[in-house]
Design a protein around this ligand. Structure first.
Ligand code: NAD
Ligand code: TYD
Length: 350
């Protein structure tokens, strides 16, 4: 049998690099093509350990470039697509919403069109798997969980762009019979996450003895999942998911921001040999994020019941591993926080 050609978009980013690594190492019978524009968030250093594998090819390119994407699909006839490429940070979406429409909405449309044009409705054994977020559901109050049937109600330009992309994927399924699956996951954390998101930003700031900017009163809640568990969930959905279905993926692991930050400070003090309370002194309450969603929490019982996936890494264990990774990879941190990062930081936390 011929090798299956699997396209992973955004594979040089945080979650994408874990998915690429898992697929390249687990499935020699697939050829994995990693398509990534290498924006500020994409970094080939994330994949040094797999870059020379015979079943792996990196392609630098932008998913919004129609001619390039169409040609790429015609050349490689990708059997399956796992689409992760996106602008992914809420704060940046507040500053520059159009960049999010371009990549997340138009980029997804360009991929859908190229995929459709490649197969002329003969979609046997084909799959377009869109990786989305729980943020499309908007915000929860103090109780309740997002299920797969919760109505979409996005509040940030980021979540609105992801919701729009989800709608187009579904519409292509209904209208053109395009075989798709969507999964909506909660907040990820782990190695290789760009230090603009809460956990790596605060690890980096503690290392540099900089303030830890907690938005508002810090009583916002997120449901945290270790990134390697998300990558495993994507593997399970890719192989066992039912076409046309949506799967919610979450950690059964809700934390108020301020409690999470306190735990992080404590673990950092332990590891750095600091006196207890040293890192917590850096906590600074700052102006809230506009449109800040109060609470996200996922009901992941469908993927558990139907596909047999559950998270395997506890939060304490995952956070411990994550901190160790950043402490052991200070060069990676330094490389991504020089240059343009400094300008972003000044603007965001002025
Ligand atoms: P990330 O920002 O770390 O990585 C995104 C990758 O996409 C980067 O490598 C970047 O270079 C690439 N990219 C951006 N624009 C591109 C373009 N126009 N063409 C080609 N490549 C482009 O993001 P992440 O946190 O790894 O998230 C990956 C996906 O998972 C996104 O679709 C995001 O919406 C979704 N998601 C993320 C989380 C989370 O907690 N991080 C949770 C749920 C879902
Ligand atoms: P983030 O990591 O940006 O993920 P998301 O907005 O997609 O949930 O933020 C997680 C939570 O942490 C969110 O409630 C916003 C908050 N936060 C801060 O309090 N300070 C910060 O500097 C950042 C980046 C986030």
């Amino acid at each position: 049998m011929n090798k299956q050609n699997v396209l992973i978009t955004g594979g040089a980013g945080f979650i994408g690099s874990h998915v690429v690594r898992l697929f390249v190492n687990t499935y020699p019978e697939y050829h994995i093509y990693n398509l990534d524009a290498l924006t500020y968030a994409g970094n080939l250093e994330n994949l040094i350990d797999v870059q020379d594998q015979p079943n792996y090819t990196f392609i630098k390119g932008d998913i919004t470039n129609e001619d390039f994407i169409n040609e790429l699909f015609q050349t490689h006839k990708f059997d399956k697509v796992i689409h992760l490429a996106a602008e992914s940070h809420v704060d940046r979406s507040i500053e520059d919403p159009l960049a999010f429409v371009k990549t997340n909405v138009i980029g997804t449309m360009v991929l859908l069109n190229a995929f459709k044009a490649c197969y002329h409705s003969n979609f046997e054994n084909k799959l377009f798997y869109h990786i989305s977020t729980d943020e499309v559901y908007g915000t929860l109050g103090e109780t309740g969980l997002f299920t797969e049937t919760t109505a979409y109600d996005p509040n940030s330009p980021y979540s609105a762009s992801k919701a729009s992309a989800d709608h187009f994927v579904r519409a292509y399924g209904e209208t053109y019979g395009l075989p798709y699956i969507i999964s909506n996951c909660s907040n990820n954390y782990g190695a290789y996450q760009f230090p603009e998101k809460l956990i790596p930003l605060f690890i980096n700031n503690i290392l540099n003895k900089k303030e830890l900017p907690v938005y508002g009163d810090g009583n916002y809640t997120r449901d945290w999942l270790f990134v390697e568990d998300h990558a495993k969930a994507i593997d399970v959905v890719f192989h066992k998911g039912v076409l046309g279905e949506t799967y919610n993926i979450g950690g059964f692991n809700e934390w108020k921001n301020i409690d999470l930050v306190s735990l992080l400070c404590k673990q950092m003090d332990d590891k750095l040999g600091n006196k207890e309370g040293t890192s917590a002194q850096l906590i600074t309450y700052v102006k809230d994020r506009p449109g800040h969603d109060l609470r996200y929490a996922i009901d992941a019982s469908k993927i558990k019941k139907e596909l047999g996936w559950t998270p395997t890494v506890t939060f304490e264990e995952g956070l411990d591993k994550t901190i160790d990774w950043y402490l052991n990879n200070k060069d990676w941190l330094n490389n991504v926080t020089t240059g343009a990062y400094q300008d972003y930081y000044k603007k965001q936390y002025k």
